[in-house]
Design a protein around this ligand. Sequence first.
Ligand SMILES: NC(=O)c1ccc[n+]([C@@H]2O[C@H](COP(=O)([O-])OP(=O)(O)OC[C@H]3O[C@@H](n4cnc5c(N)ncnc54)[C@H](OP(=O)(O)O)[C@@H]3O)[C@@H](O)[C@H]2O)c1
Length: 190
Amino acid sequence: MEDTNSRVTIHMAASLDGFIARKDGRVDWMEISDEFVGGDAMDPEFVEAFLKTIDCYVMGSRTYETALNFEAKGLGWAYGDKPTFVLTSRKLPRTRDTVEFYSGDLAQFVNGRLRPRFRSIWFVGGGVLSAECLRLGLADEVRYSILPILIGDGIRFFEKLDRDVALHLAEVKAYQSGTVALRYEVRRKE
Ligand SMILES: NC(=O)c1ccc[n+]([C@@H]2O[C@H](COP(=O)([O-])OP(=O)(O)OC[C@H]3O[C@@H](n4cnc5c(N)ncnc54)[C@H](OP(=O)(O)O)[C@@H]3O)[C@@H](O)[C@H]2O)c1
């Protein structure tokens, strides 16, 4: 049964023109930094405390492969010791105990397995999985961090979304780095 206290969030960072990665998957452009005088500082203590409120992560296999590459380059694992669910139909390397693989019906997985166990469920990409999550009406919230850069082409925030999804703007924050963080609630059909 679905736990009504649970919350499914989709969060990604994107270029102003709506891409989360270049066509070949590179995210080098994410290192961009600007100086916005009126912006908030990104307080590391706040970020650490905030990350503690996330109960589990869900990601597509291509995002997982990017995370494995980052780790192999010595850039660390961004998801701490939180349970991390990877959607894939392939056999992929499992580098830590917190990683679990799943293949199949996403709605059944989220409503039947994740919602009863976890309160704050974070989908962290990529575009294919995020679109599937929205299309199936599984997301409660979309967090979109816009970086101060245009890259012209790439993988979209939501790949092949085939219907309108009405949103309610709940929060806007601008940071000194030039990133604007938007938080939207997904409007449920009346
Ligand atoms: N800017 C950001 O914040 C951000 C965040 C995340 C990712 N990214 C970037 O985005 C790129 C990856 O995004 P993407 O859209 O190409 O791919 P993705 O969403 O990460 O992964 C898609 C893959 O997940 C698997 N999958 C999805 N739904 C499934 C289901 N119900 N059952 C089984 N498997 C399922 C399929 O792979 P199989 O073939 O394995 O079955 C599918 O091809 C990477 O370059 C990454 O670096 C950027």
